[in-house]
Design a protein around this ligand. Structure first.
Ligand code: F6P
Length: 329
């Protein structure tokens, strides 16, 4: 028999991403439009364990569409990884009368969602992480804004590198996935891009690329490194040791996680938030809302967690071709 959803909870978990607020707003407004009550659970799964919640309505999510961060705060919960923690979370759901949860975050968030769904609470995941590394989805909320932030910073660095005829080593986020580095590397015309997905051959990937660029007439060089591929300061030191050029090193770090979400992230977040509530309301829970070939679709959580999405090889080929021609655009 189909269950009528009367009250849902929404939470954000894991690393924040620009557009999380837009997703929260969409969840609340869709729920309200369907006559479903909505509570915001603060500080992710840990907040659920602690019954840390706030009642939400249309006014409560006004003016957040264009804000970075997350009004519900975010956290990573060790306790929720334990059976005892999840049981406490289940008790909270019962106490608060929550019939379903929308969990906004990345892989870790969805693993938590799966565990909770197995205890009988319907859950829908919404992918939001600047890493764009959710296997089932072509896109995750926050990625585009993060790339644009990195590009803006690197464009500025390029101005001063050009003026002084220097080499820049810039570290971008991406501990396990090189998507930001790949996109940004293409967009800034990097001399070399180092990705966690590929084993580093320092001579070939860094030194020879700098030398080739120099032979092609470049007087400044931009090395983009994903944090999972190596530390920018180590790479800078090694360049100096091997060819005597002293690179200037910049770690963009958490700058990339903040900022005003751009059009793509707001639109995607709003569509995904809407779809998540529709899935719960129509009893199609325990899924992840994914973007596939431009459409917003529902993928069972178990499948979503097993799907892997490697680096986009077509983009990698484009990057290689650009690097083969010249140093920096
Ligand atoms: O949000 C994803 C991410 O930015 C990764 O690229 C990075 O490795 C990680 O989060 C760092 O986040 P924290 O320091 O909050 O654990």
């Amino acid at each position: 028999m189909e269950k009528t959803i009367k009250r849902i909870g929404v939470l954000t978990s894991g690393g924040d991403a620009p557009g999380m607020n837009a997703a929260i707003r969409a969840v609340v407004r869709t729920a309200v439009s369907l006559g479903i009550d909505c509570v915001g659970i603060r500080r992710g799964w840990q907040g659920l364990i602690n019954c840390d919640f706030v009642q939400l309505n249309n006014e409560g999510v006004a003016h957040i569409l264009n804000r970075g961060g997350t009004m519900l705060y975010t956290a990573r919960s060790e306790e929720f990884m334990t059976e005892a923690g999840r049981k406490r979370a289940l008790s909270s759901c019962k106490m608060l009368g929550i019939d379903g949860i929308v969990a906004i975050g990345g892989d870790g968030t969805f693993r938590g969602a799966l565990e909770l769904s197995q205890l009988g609470i319907p859950v829908v995941g919404v992918p939001a992480t600047i890493d764009n590394d959710i296997g089932c989805s072509d896109y995750t909320i926050g990625f585009d804004t993060a790339c644009n932030t990195a590009i803006e910073c690197i464009d500025k660095l390029r101005d001063t590198m050009q003026a002084h005829e220097r080499c820049s080593v810039v570290e971008v986020m991406g501990r396990n996935a090189g998507n930001i580095a790949l996109y940004v590397g293409i967009a800034v015309g990097a001399t070399s891009v180092l990705l966690p997905e590929y084993e580093l051959d320092f001579r070939k990937d860094v030194i020879e690329r700098i030398q080739n660029a120099r032979l092609a007439g470049s007087t400044h060089f931009m090395i983009v490194v994903a944090e999972g591929a190596g530390h920018a300061f180590d790479i800078g030191e090694r360049i100096e040791r091997e060819i005597g050029m002293k690179p200037r090193v910049t770690v963009l770090g958490y700058l990339q996680r903040g900022g005003i979400p751009n059009a793509r992230d707001r639109e995607t977040a709003t569509r995904m938030g809407y779809r998540a509530v529709m899935a719960l309301a129509e009893n199609r829970a325990n899924c992840v809302i994914a973007r596939q070939k431009g459409d917003v679709v529902e993928v069972p959580i178990e499948d979503a967690l097993t799907m892997k999405r490697g680096l986009n090889l077509e983009r990698y080929a484009v990057l290689e071709a650009m690097q083969g021609v010249a140093a920096i655009s």
